[in-house]
Design a protein around this ligand. Structure first.
Ligand code: ATP
Length: 241
């Protein structure tokens, strides 16, 4: 393990000894992960490693053993609206958009719990993703996959987040759209928002993360900075593969 791995005490989000099972299938085993103030952290790993289970659990979708603290409070003791109110926003891999609503309506749902400054935030999202402004009245179901990804991210930004969780933001995107998402992520990082990204696309993760964790079979196998992991033989097998 890299010495740059922070103590849970320094962290905005700390996950300790986290275990999650689906019946007899144990998807996560004693996972420890921490995200410090201002950091972007990526969780990488192959199919079935447990990445979505990890972020779904942080997002409140699963029972768990262990501890998950956001700003020092156990998330199981908070409701989803309370976590969102506290700045935590989770953009799921499913995206969870409302197909029959317009782009603008989906965006405004992001600020449902906090509509102070909503118009300014909408303008900021449209600056970041001009395609969404062009399609603001369009029904969401008719958007391309890349546009839906922009909308999911844009809706997250409408909540005025302090901490964004992104599950597979690069999945299924053409290179030109991936570039737009990359640039948007860089703009988000400039806002000092903490970001936790789950990614199978290791190149994308290495490009954006301050630190990474490699999950395999539900356990953390490696953690460290992009530089320390890029030269790690074990990680190389994933990058190469
Ligand atoms: P991918 O990159 O393919 O989405 P992942 O790293 O996100 O994979 P998970 O979706 O978290 O992995 O799955 C972790 C393990 O838990 C896998 O073995 C998967 O089959 C299992 N699993 C996930 N969801 C369920 C479920 N609802 N019921 C039973 N097993 C599940």
């Amino acid at each position: 393990m890299s010495t740059t791995t922070p103590d849970a005490d320094d962290a905005v989000l700390s996950v300790e000894n986290l275990s999650v099972s689906y019946g007899k299938v144990q998807a996560l085993k004693d996972v420890d992960i921490a995200v410090r103030s201002g950091e972007t952290v990526a969780v990488i790993g192959p199919n079935g490693a447990g990445k979505s289970t990890l972020v779904d659990t942080i997002g409140g979708f699963h029972d768990y053993e262990g501890t998950i603290r956001y700003n020092g409070t156990e998330i199981a003791d908070s409701s989803t609206p309370a976590l969102i109110d506290d700045g935590l926003f989770y953009c799921t891999e499913r995206r969870d958009l409302f197909d029959y609503m317009s782009v603008e309506q989906n965006l405004r749902l992001g600020s449902y719990l906090n509509n102070e400054g909503e118009e300014e935030r909408l303008a900021d999202v449209f600056d970041l993703f001009p395609r969404l402004e062009e399609r603001r009245s369009q029904e969401t179901q008719s958007l391309s996959g890349g546009e839906k990804q922009m909308l999911s991210l844009g809706r997250g930004l409408m909540s005025d987040p302090e901490f964004l969780i992104l599950d597979e933001p690069s999945i299924g995107l053409a290179p030109v759209i991936l570039q737009d998402i990359s640039e948007a992520l860089e703009s988000i990082q400039e806002l000092s928002v903490e970001v936790l990204i789950c990614e199978q696309n290791i190149t994308f993760a290495l490009e954006h993360a301050d630190r990474l964790y490699l999950l395999e079979n539900g356990a953390v196998r490696r953690s460290g900075t992009p530089d320390s992991l890029e030269s790690d033989k074990f990680v190389e097998t994933y990058i190469g593969g």
